[in-house]
Write a protein that binds this ligand. Structure first.
Ligand code: G6P
Length: 369
C-alpha cells in the first residue's frame, strides 16, 4: 500500500496532487486549442440529440452532483441550453417529467451508484437520451447509458472524491464548448480563449497546489472548530458546497456551503467570533458583491478565510487569512478554487487524527439505495 501511495501519506493527498496530470489526460486527444477544435466521439456521434435537446437534466449524487451544478452554470452560459440538476435519489422517486427531447447526463465516478443507475433506467423508460460521464471504464452506468465520455482520472481510492470532481468538470466544460461551437452561442474569440485557457489549466492547478503549506497553517488554527461555513457565488457556489462536503466527510466537523448572498436569510445568525467562514472570492465573477458579503461577516466578528486571486488587495484588508490562487476566468475558476479547499480539509482531518482515506460510515461507491 505504501508503494501505491507513491510517497504520500494518504491516497487522498496523492490524488489531490495528481490533478494537473489527470486533467491533462482527460482533455488529451479531445481538446485541440490551436485548431479551435473539441472532438469527443460520444458527442460527435450524438450531436443532433444534444442540439435538439429542449433541456438537459443532470442526475448524480455526492461530489458528482456538485460537478453537475458547476456544469449547469457552464452549459447555460456557453451553450444556452436550459439545465436542471437533480439528486438521482430524488429524481427516481418523484414521478419527474421526462420528455423524448430531454438529454439526461448521468455523472458518476464509480459508475456503480445505485440511485444514479435507477435514475438512468427511469429516464430511458421515458424515452430520453442518456449520456454518461463516468470514471471507471466498463462500469454499470457506462454500460447502461446510450453514450458517454470517460473522465481519465485513474483509480480514485480515497473515499473523499477529489480528482474525479475536477476531471468531471473538465469533461463537462468540453461538452459545453463543443455545443457552443455548434450552436454559435459563443463568439469565435471567446470560444478560442476558453480552449486556450482550458489547455493551460493544469499549470494553474499545479500553482494552486503550492497553497499546501498555507492550507496547513490555517488548518492548525481551525482544526478544533465545531462548525464551518463556506460561501461562494455563481460558479463558486457549488465549490462552496463541495468544500463543506469535503470537510464534513473526512474531519467530522459540521460544515455548510451556501451561496454568499443567501447568508442573510439564515446562516448569518450563526456568525460570531467562533465561526470560521471560508469565502471563495476570486477577482473574476461577482467580486464587489462578495467583498460586501465579507464586510457583513467581519462586522459580526466571524473569522474570515478567503480564497483570492494573487495580488488581491481589497479582501486582504478584511480577511483574517487569505489563500492566493492564480487568476483564471470565472467559468473555469472552480478547477482552481477547489484545490486549496481540498488541501484545507485534508490537513484538518489529519490533525484531528481522522482516518482520511476511509472515513467512518462512508463508502467509496454506494451500490445500495
Ligand atoms: C459516495 C462517495 C462520494 C461520491 C458519491 C457518488 O457517497 O463517498 O465520494 O461523490 O458516492 O459516487 P459516484 O461514484 O456516483 O460519483
Amino acid at each position: 500500500e505504501q508503494i501505491e501511495k507513491g510517497g504520500y501519506d494518504h491516497f487522498m493527498l496523492k490524488e489531490i496532487y495528481e490533478q494537473p496530470s489527470v486533467i491533462k489526460d482527460t482533455y488529451r486527444g479531445r481538446l485541440h486549442a490551436n485548431e479551435g477544435l473539441i472532438q469527443m466521439a460520444g458527442i460527435e456521434d450524438n450531436l443532433e440529440k444534444f442540439l435538439n435537446a429542449e433541456r438537459i437534466i443532470i442526475v448524480a449524487c455526492g461530489t458528482s452532483w456538485h460537478a453537475g451544478l458547476v456544469a449547469e452554470y457552464i452549459f447555460e452560459e456557453f451553450a444556452r441550453i436550459p439545465v436542471e440538476v437533480e439528486y438521482a435519489s430524488e429524481f427516481r422517486y418523484r414521478n419527474p417529467i421526462i420528455n423524448r427531447k430531454d438529454v439526461v447526463i448521468a455523472i458518476s465516478q464509480s459508475g456503480e451508484t445505485a440511485d444514479t443507475m435507477a435514475a438512468i433506467k427511469l429516464a430511458k423508460e421515458n424515452g430520453a437520451f442518456v449520456f454518461g460521464v463516468c470514471n471507471v471504464v466498463g462500469s454499470s452506468i457506462s454500460r447502461e447509458t446510450h453514450a458517454g465520455a470517460y473522465t481519465h482520472a485513474g483509480p480514485e481510492i480515497g473515499v473523499a472524491s477529489t480528482k474525479a470532481f475536477t476531471t468531471q468538470i473538465t469533461v463537462l466544460t468540453m461538452i459545453a464548448l463543443r455545443l457552443a461551437k455548434a450552436k454559435g452561442t459563443l463568439s469565435n474569440s471567446v470560444f478560442h480563449s476558453y480552449l486556450q485557457e482550458l489547455e493551460i489549466i493544469p499549470e494553474k492547478v499545479k500553482e494552486a497546489l503550492e497553497t499546501n503549506e498555507r492550507a496547513k497553517e490555517i488548518a492548525a488554527v481551525f482544526k478544533d472548530a465545531p462548525n464551518c461555513l463556506y460561501l461562494g457565488r455563481g460558479y463558486n457556489f457549488p465549490v462552496a458546497l463541495e468544500g463543506a462536503l469535503k470537510l464534513k466527510e473526512i474531519s467530522y466537523i459540521h460544515a455548510e456551503g451556501y451561496p454568499a448572498a443567501e447568508m442573510k436569510h439564515g446562516p448569518i445568525a450563526l456568525i460570531d467570533e467562533h465561526m470560521p467562514v471560508i469565502v471563495i472570492a476570486p477577482k473574476q465573477g461577482h467580486y464587489d458583491k462578495i467583498v460586501s458579503n465579507i464586510q457583513e461577516i467581519k462586522s459580526r466578528s466571524g473569522k474570515i478565510i478567503a480564497v483570492v486571486t494573487k495580488g488581491d488587495t481589497q479582501v486582504r484588508e478584511l480577511a483574517d487569512y487569505i489563500i492566493e490562487i492564480p487568476e483564471t476566468s470565472d467559468a473555469l475558476s472552480p478547477l482552481i478554487t477547489t484545490i486549496p479547499l481540498q488541501l484545507l480539509s485534508y490537513h484538518i482531518a489529519v490533525m484531528r487524527g481522522c482516518n482520511v482515506d476511509q472515513p467512518r460510515n462512508l463508502a467509496k461507491s454506494v451500490t445500495v439505495e
